[in-house]
Design a protein around this ligand. Structure first.
Ligand code: FES
Length: 81
């Protein structure tokens, strides 16, 4: 199971974490990955200075802007499955 945690702290919220969560949920559903990817929210990861929304995948950290979600899904999530 791939554990994907999206920061929903206030700084990341302003950078679009809600949109990132919704888009990832959609991509996971449409690709039938519900039993392979566990999506959850996480409070501030203390990396607020990063440009995008902070997301940890297992324990690796990524910074993703809302318009990069699709690319992130393909390059990071699908490659680790
Ligand atoms: S609010 Fe996301 S890292 Fe701080």
């Amino acid at each position: 199971m791939l554990k994907v945690k999206i920061c929903i702290g206030s700084a990341c919220h302003l950078k679009g974490s809600r949109q990132v969560v919704e888009e990832l949920q959609y991509l996971i559903d449409t690709n039938n990955l519900k039993d392979k990817v566990e999506l959850s929210g996480e409070f501030c990861m203390n990396k607020c200075t990063n440009e995008g929304v902070n997301i940890s995948v297992n324990d690796e950290c990524f910074s993703v802007k809302p318009d990069q979600v699709k690319q992130f899904f393909t390059d990071v999530i699908q490659k680790r499955l």
